[in-house]
Structures are given as structure tokens and as C-alpha cells.
Design a protein around this ligand. Structure first.
Ligand SMILES: NC(=O)c1ccc[n+]([C@@H]2O[C@H](COP(=O)([O-])OP(=O)(O)OC[C@H]3O[C@@H](n4cnc5c(N)ncnc54)[C@H](OP(=O)(O)O)[C@@H]3O)[C@@H](O)[C@H]2O)c1
Length: 466
């Protein structure tokens, strides 16, 4: 048994005692029935799938070239007891799938296989389940955020893929396969940004995770070294986000923002969404699930900063940017007045004077750089694709999303996956819109070209493999 699992079992046992000889038989039966009912609310396939000896994949052979649809490739193999083999039914197309090859980042090896999220049918269940409270079985339809981009066995652009049990999210009946294929990366990113970088606890929402407590109760050496400081010192306990706090999301039309707004609202945060109002204003302000408290137009950033400061009385402590270093720089200025008693430096208005964390382009999902941390920081800016590096007001802490927690720390992966199942099953989180589909692996290059041309907005494209 994995060492982390025994800990998980101990904790679970404390909160929900398992049936003992003293417990009435009826109670145990009731529990079993309840578990059975719960399992029935998730999708299953009764189709008998014979795994072939080879498969088709999409391979990238060189930077700035299209992916090549290639047959006769090996089926990826399970290497650990917690891993499972999945037949891919649908793969969501993410910006990283075209940006990585175009700008040469996040490609650890050539030929490379991409694809960061999928829905599929479990073919080979794990021999070691990651939680006593849910069992993954052959035939379960699962959605997978494939954040582990260095492990090509887990990529979505192939017919069969591997995942870890703690990264598999059973698909509730009311979520379509295509919707499930575009939800996972946004969910993992939004939860980790809110739960780790901003310290928001989800324990009041369907027993959601208190991620800060989880990572701070783990032996520090088990946390990946490049995100350890973010996990342990990124935010002090008394600075954690709570109901009533303001959260500004700059780039509020993005898919990650779509999920973040729903989670933040469930937790009682007040949300300001900065978007191109002419393009997204009406849709966002009329959408029951993602409507923020205030929509601010991004066209004139100076004006947007003033509006945010005026609306919040200069008291906004949390910012999330989905676009890049320039908008993150504006957001830093919007957060600056929150620094009660801390002298904010005068920030350059020319955003060109800011540097991105890694480069001019978005960071790949798993390699956030450690940023300077201080327990005395009073405002927290999380950059999904980059943050200002210099001339940041004293007191504004910069954060990258520690996305690798999802696939490298099983306790975190399992907590997110279990909670996601509950939120989706109860309809508390709805997926982004599927704004189009492409046909199979062969249609993905064309779909990514549409992303490059900025034709896809307000949702995602899905490659349908079934
Ligand atoms: N670090 C991490 O762990 C992590 C995790 C997830 C995502 N990301 C990155 O975070 C960013 C946002 O992710 P997302 O999935 O939320 O993005 P998304 O939904 O695909 O779109 C994000 C925004 O980009 C704009 N956009 C779309 N196509 C564009 C193009 N060709 N050129 C310029 N802008 C374009 C869209 O604006 P309009 O709708 O107005 O066109 C939209 O507001 C991406 O760069 C992604 O790679 C990072």
C-alpha cells in the first residue's frame, strides 16, 4: 500500500467510521445501498473493448510543424499499481497544444505527444485504489486532466492513455462526454490557484478540500522542490481568502476563469471580471453560473484599474490573471491600494517594463518557478501565464499555479478528483461550453489552427475519437 494511502485511510476512518461488529447490520446495509446509488449516478460503458496490439497517435516531430497522424504505435503500458489504462473517447483542445510547438516550450522530448485532457473508458482498473471511498472499475467513464505533460503515456492525443487513479474523475450522468473533455485542466488550475495560492478552504462546500492544510500536513520533502515554498510559505494562515473578500479575475472570459468564478462564488467571494465587454460582456453578465458581481471592460486598462479601486474601496486582496505579463502588471496596480500601511512603490505605466516569469509566452503547466515569498504579504496575485517580475509593489505576493501537485501528490489529486465528482453530480459546477468539435485525431491540426486564428472564444473545441 502506498504510504500516503495509509494516512488517507486513517483520516477517513476518523471522520466516517467503517462498519464494526457493534454497528447494526441495517446501518451497514444502508451505507452499501447509498454507495451503490452514488455509483449509479456515474456513467459506465458495458461495451466489451478488445485492446489492439497497436494504436494511432498524433506525434510532433519538430518545433513549428504540424502534428503527424501516425498508426502502428505501441499501446502505453501500466507501470504502477495506482495506474489505469483508458480508451480515449474525446480530447479537449487547449491553448498549450498549439503554443508549445509554435514557441518551443513545454516539449521535453521529440517526437512529442500532446493533449492535456480527455474523457475515456477504463479498460484496466488500478490494482491499488487511491481512496477507500470510491472504486474505479473497468467500464467506468472518467474525465482526466492530464497535467503530467512529461509522461507521454498520459497524453490525450492517442487512442489509449494511462492515468493515475487519483487523477481519474468519474463522469456523472448529466455531463456529456464532450463537456467532460474540456473541464479538467480548468478545474485543477482554478482549485489550486484558489486553494493553495489564495488559501481558500472549500470545506464548507460539499466537504471540499482544505488544500493548504493538506499540503502543510505532508512531509515537506514529498512536495516537489520547485513548488515547496509556494505550498508552505505562499500565504500566511491569517491572510487566507474568506467569504466576502474581493477577487479580481483579469481575462475573465477564459475557460479557467469560467470554473474559477463558479468555485469562488460558492465560497462566498465577491468577483470582478475584467473582459473585453464588447465581446463577452453580455454573455458573462447574463450567465447564471458565471455572472460576476461586476464586469469591467479591459479596453482601457488605466480606467479598469480605477474602476476596480473605486468599486472595492481599494480593498481588493486577491487577483488572478489568465492572459499574461501585461495584464498581470495592470492587476498588480489594481491590488496595490490594498496594502494597508505598506508604502507601495510607483509602478511603471509602460507594461513593457515588466518581465514575464519565464518568457514572453505562457509557462508550460508543470514548471512553475518559485517566487519570492513573505509571510507579511498583504495582497496576492496569481498569474496563470506570467507575472510581473520587477517593480512589484511591496506587499504584493506573486504566485504561479502549482499545477503539478495534482499529479505528483496523490492526496491532493484524490481530494480534487473526489470533490469534482461531487460538484458535477450535484450540478454545483457546470462545464465550459463546447463551441465545436473536430473528427478524431486527424481533425486536431485543423482545430488547433482555428485556435491560432483566435476563432474559438467562450469555450473549447473537442476532438471526438469514438
Ligand atoms: N500554468 C498553468 O498551469 C496553466 C493551466 C491552464 C492554462 N494555462 C494557460 O493559461 C491561459 C488561459 O488558459 P484557458 O484555458 O483559460 O484559455 P482559453 O479559454 O483558451 O482562452 C484564454 C483567453 O485567450 C484569448 N485568446 C484565445 N485565442 C487567442 C489567440 N489566438 N491569441 C490571443 N489570445 C487568444 C481569449 O480571448 P477571447 O475569447 O476574447 O478571444 C481568452 O480570453 C492559456 O495561455 C493557457 O495555456 C496555464
Amino acid at each position: 500500500m502506498a504510504p500516503w494511502l495509509s494516512k488517507w485511510r486513517r483520516r477517513s476512518t476518523l471522520s466516517t467510521p467503517s462498519p464494526s461488529i457493534e454497528e447494526p447490520v441495517q446501518k451497514a446495509q444502508h451505507k452499501e445501498d447509498k454507495q451503490h446509488d452514488e455509483e449509479k449516478s456515474f456513467q459506465r460503458s458495458e461495451e466489451r473493448i478488445e485492446v489492439p496490439s497497436t494504436q494511432s497517435t498524433l506525434l510532433l516531430h519538430a518545433i513549428r510543424t504540424p502534428y503527424v497522424h501516425t498508426s502502428s504505435q505501441p499501446i502505453p503500458t501500466v507501470q504502477h499499481p495506482h495506474e489505469l489504462l483508458i480508451k480515449v473517447l474525446a480530447a479537449g483542445l487547449n491553448p498549450i497544444d498549439w503554443k508549445a510547438p509554435d514557441y518551443n516550450f513545454g516539449i521535453p522530448v521529440l517526437p512529442y505527444m500532446s493533449g492535456r485532457e480527455l474523457v475515456g473508458t477504463v479498460i484496466t482498473p488500478p490494482t491499488s485504489q487511491s481512496s477507500p471511498s470510491r472504486t474505479l472499475r473497468a467500464g467506468d467513464v472518467v474525465l482526466i486532466p492530464s497535467t503530467d505533460y512529461r509522461d507521454l503515456r498520459k497524453a490525450a492525443f492517442q487512442e489509449y492513455a494511462i492515468t493515475s487513479s487519483f487523477n481519474a474523475i468519474r463522469l456523472p450522468a448529466q455531463i456529456s462526454i464532450n463537456e467532460g473533455a474540456i473541464l479538467g485542466v480548468a478545474f485543477a488550475s482554478a482549485v489550486l490557484a484558489l486553494g493553495i495560492c489564495m488559501g481558500l478552504s472549500f470545506d464548507s462546500i460539499l466537504d471540499g478540500p482544505d488544500l493548504l492544510s493538506i499540503v502543510r500536513s505532508i512531509e515537506p520533502e514529498r512536495l516537489p522542490s520547485d513548488i515547496r515554498s509556494e505550498c508552505l510559505e505562499g500565504i500566511s494562515l491569517d491572510a487566507r481568502a474568506h467569504a466576502g473578500d474581493w477577487l479580481v479575475i483579469w481575462g475573465g472570459s477564459s475557460t479557467v476563469a469560467h470554473t474559477m468564478k463558479q468555485l469562488a462564488r460558492l465560497a462566498g467571494l465577491r468577483i470582478i471580471s475584467v473582459v473585453d465587454s464588447s465581446k463577452h460582456g453580455l454573455r458573462i453578465s447574463q450567465h447564471g453560473a458565471i455572472r460576476p458581481d461586476l464586469v469591467v471592460d479591459s479596453h482601457d486598462p488605466e480606467r479598469a484599474v480605477s474602476v476596480i479601486q473605486a468599486a472595492t474601496g481599494g480593498k481588493v486582496r486577491f487577483g488572478f490573471d489568465t492572459l499574461g505579463k501585461e495584464s498581470a502588471a495592470h492587476l498588480a496596480r489594481a491590488l496595490a491600494p490594498a496594502l494597508n500601511g505598506v508604502a507601495a512603490v510607483q509602478l511603471p505605466k509602460d507594461v513593457g517594463e515588466y518581465e514575464a516569469v519565464k518568457s514572453k509566452l505562457p509557462t508550460p503547466p508543470s514548471t512553475p518557478r518559485e517566487l519570492a515569498k513573505s509571510a507579511t504579504q498583504q495582497a496576492h496575485l496569481v498569474g496563470l501565464t506570467g507575472v510581473p517580475k520587477s517593480d512589484v509593489p511591496e506587499g504584493v505576493a506573486l504566485h504561479n499555479v502549482p499545477i503539478k501537485l495534482f499529479h505528483e501528490v496523490p492526496e491532493v489529486g484524490e481530494a480534487l478528483s473526489m470533490w469534482c465528482e461531487k460538484l458535477l453530480a450535484k450540478g454545483l459546477v457546470i462545464p465550459p461550453d463546447v463551441v465545436g468539435t473536430v473528427d478524431g485525431l486527424g481533425g486536431i491540426n485543423e482545430g488547433l489552427d482555428r485556435l491560432r486564428r483566435r476563432e474559438i472564444s467562450g469555450g473549447r473545441l473537442v476532438a471526438v475519437l469514438r
